[in-house]
Design a protein around this ligand. Structure first.
Ligand code: 8Z2
Ligand code: FAD
Length: 607
């Protein structure tokens, strides 16, 4: 019935202050930032074009271009990926050849695979591209640099001479990503003034002299690092949206279990439903908190870079790449699991889940394919280990590797299931697992004469070691979050339950790592799983309140299953009748195509 809260009985069970939990969830990001995340499918993708200008343009160039971009006087596209190369940025083929006679660069797409392909906004709306191309001076190739190129007239929006642009066509399903005009672009000897090469990091003089960057060349990748840390925050929103929908629906849905006319069982009370749903609820909170930490780490990096302190740049790259990879995989897989948790109705567009999935899953690919990103983390871990011998003491997220010798002797001293509730017990187990997996890779790598051959041969193991390292970071940051002063009745206790669920779910899921590295015994693994079951019972009465704390409106969720009031069935039915198919009783085409078949006479008893 309208106006009735069908989930009131669930909300009354909450054992914590929901208003405080809402504030904890919102964290340091304001509402605009939250909304902005989902207005990202705008043409002028502010996520990339504007940050790239800020990162790679000189002050003078910023003064010229930023006001235009910020006021949408130009619409920009971050145009890096090509038909033939996306992951391998150093393999890009587009060229920008300096012409000293005219003080210009000539941009050209020498091959079909050099065609720019995928950049958002490029297909129909962008007027300018921040094009990544190989800088060529006097036939010498100086590698990939950024160039600002006008693509379309600002008068009639027609493409300019030498520019061939198109949309790359429909993408996965009917999802909203089809509102993004990801485009293709071919340059045919397009000339731009020399001052349209972004010259903050390296320059080309009027005489055609290349002045290399006096800072790490990887700063030219800075925009990708910036977006990757934002993507981690985005993962917490996407996953929490799906978890909110499937948790509320799981409390509404009843199936089996009726005795003597009693109501059927709420599916949220089935242990299998809890074992699938509650780790995702815990993961949403875990990803949110690690994204807060990552954002502060990134802001600290920016301050250091201003002071020409590059000391945390490698770690920032490894953390943004690795956490982007892990959190988007968890969120993408989690959204699909949430669909399945809603049974058949989860497959309806009106559930909001198919659309959320279709829009979200490319996050595992864009801004760095998730495996390629974990391989970057693995390189960083192997390099860190290789430097141990020279006395280099790792700090920050790899500090535990400085205690590798000690961790190699570690054995968990868990005796009872509740021992797994102690944060230090959990962190030690995760550190030992990560250290032993990385040390084993380093050991095996040392057997190869050519380290690169070894790295390729061992890359699957290295990805697993990188995953263990990133999961340790997320577990540690969840624990650190709870060491903060968090007011409110029961709030910290509930977050402590979620923290333990997150960690013990991972331990259970990756039990093979923990056993094969001899960090824990099978019995200790069994006790962890036993504790997990008990934790699910502790979350159960708070589940609805924990997803209410995400503070999402019904409009934002756009899901009949995830409605705040739980009034699902009437709204499901109402929503279905909005489908144009239900405008008429007899479907179009019936008389022309179906009825003649039905009217066909029977021949000898056969149709
Ligand atoms: C809501 C949210 C909105 C979400 C809104 C998002 C909307 C979708 C828009 C999507 C946009 C895109 O996809 S834009 C396109 C995104 N494309 C990508 O992400 C491409 C991924 N590929 C890459 O980043 C690079 O090719 C990478 C894989 C790192 C390899 O680069 P290189 O070959 O140059 O480097 P390597 O040889 O591997 O490493 C050399 C050294 O450089 C270091 N290094 C490499 N990259 C580094 C980096 N970024 N910063 C620091 N250091 C780096 C390595 O650690 C090595 O250090 P040492 O070992 O110490 O020497
Ligand atoms: C929705 C969407 C939006 C995008 N928007 C933009 C944009 O605005 N601007 C832009 O420039 N680009 C954009 N891209 C492109 C995106 O950045 C690339 O697709 C992404 O970087 C992956 O590169 P790739 O396609 O070359 O994948 P590939 O690297 O070709 O991946 C194919 C397979 O090869 C594997 N692989 C590749 N290299 C290795 C290796 N060294 N070791 C082991 N395995 C490897 C990968 O893991 C993967 O399984 C977008 C892509 C999508 C899907």
């Amino acid at each position: 019935m309208e106006g009735v809260d069908h989930l009131a009985h669930e909300r009354n069970k909450a054992q914590f202050d929901v208003a405080v939990m809402k504030a904890v969830w919102a964290g340091s990001r304001d509402a605009y930032e939250l909304f902005h995340r989902f207005s990202r499918l705008v043409a002028n993708d502010p996520e990339m074009f504007i940050p790239a200008i800020k990162a790679q343009a000189t002050e003078e160039q910023q003064k010229q271009w930023l006001p235009l971009a910020n006021k949408m006087k130009i619409i920009g596209s971050y145009t890096q990926t090509e038909l033939g190369h996306g992951s391998n940025v150093r393999g890009l083929e587009t060229t920008a050849t300096f012409d000293p006679k005219t003080d210009e660069f000539v941009l050209n797409s020498p091959t079909l695979t050099a065609t720019k392909w995928w950049p958002g906004g490029l297909g129909k709306i962008a007027t300018h591209a921040l094009a990544h191309a190989r800088l060529i001076i006097d036939d010498k190739d100086y590698g990939v640099h950024g160039f600002l190129v006008q693509l379309r007239s600002l008068d009639d929006h027609l493409t300019l001479p030498g520019i061939t642009i198109g949309d790359i066509g429909m993408k996965y399903g009917s999802g909203a990503y089809n509102t993004m005009d990801n485009g293709s672009l071919i340059f045919d000897h397009v000339r731009i003034p020399r001052n349209q090469m972004l010259m903050r990091l390296s320059q080309v003089t009027r005489e055609g002299k290349y002045v290399p960057s006096n800072v790490p060349r990887q700063l030219s990748y800075g925009t990708m690092v910036y977006v990757r840390q934002k993507i981690v925050f985005d993962a917490s929103i996407a996953l929490s949206r799906a978890v909110c929908i499937s948790t509320r629906y799981s409390a509404v849905r009843r199936q089996f279990g009726s005795h003597n006319g009693s109501p059927e069982t709420q599916v949220i009370d089935y242990k299998t439903q809890q074992a699938r749903l509650f780790p995702l609820l815990a993961s949403a909170y875990a990803i949110r908190f690690v994204s807060e930490w990552l954002n502060s780490f990134y802001k600290d990096l920016l301050q250091r870079l201003e002071a020409k302190d590059f000391s945390t740049l490698p770690e920032a790259h490894a953390c943004t790449a690795g956490l982007k990879s892990i959190t988007t995989s968890v969120a993408a897989d989690g959204i699909e699991e949430c669909r399945k948790l809603c049974g058949g109705h989860g497959y309806l567009t009106s559930s909001g889940l198919p659309e959320l999935s279709a829009v979200y899953i490319p996050a595992c690919t864009y801004e760095g394919d998730n495996v390629v990103m974990l391989l970057q983390v693995a390189r960083y871990l192997m390099k860190t280990i290789s430097q141990l011998k020279s006395g280099n003491k790792p700090v920050g997220t790899t500090a535990y590797l400085g205690r590798a010798e000690q961790l190699m002797q570690y054995h968990s001293d868990v005796l009872r299931a509740e021992d797994w509730l102690k944060p230090n017990v959990v962190v030690e187990a995760f550190e030992a697992r990560a250290a032993r997996m990385s040390m084993a890779c380093a050991q095996n790598l040392s057997k190869f004469n050519n380290p690169e051959d070894g790295f390729q041969e061992l890359s699957a193991d290295l990805v697993e070691a990188a995953t263990a390292h990133c999961q340790l970071i997320i577990v540690s940051k969840f624990i650190e979050k709870l060491q903060q002063d968090i007011p409110g009745k029961g709030v910290k206790e509930q977050l402590g339950v979620l923290r333990s669920i997150y960690a013990l779910f991972l331990l259970h899921k990756h039990i093979g790592d923990f056993l094969s590295t001899d960090c824990i015994t099978p019995k200790q693994g069994y006790l962890a799983n036993e504790q997990l079951r008990s934790l699910y019972s502790q979350v159960r009465p708070n589940a609805i309140a924990l997803v209410d704390a995400f503070n999402y409106t019904d409009h934002f969720l756009s899901s009949v299953l995830g409605r705040y009031d739980g009034n699902v069935y009437p709204k499901l039915y109402e929503e279905a009748w909005k489908d144009p198919l239900n405008d008429t009783s007899i479907p179009d085409g019936f008389h022309e195509y179906v009825q003649p078949m039905l009217k066909q006479p029977l021949h000898h008893g056969r149709l």
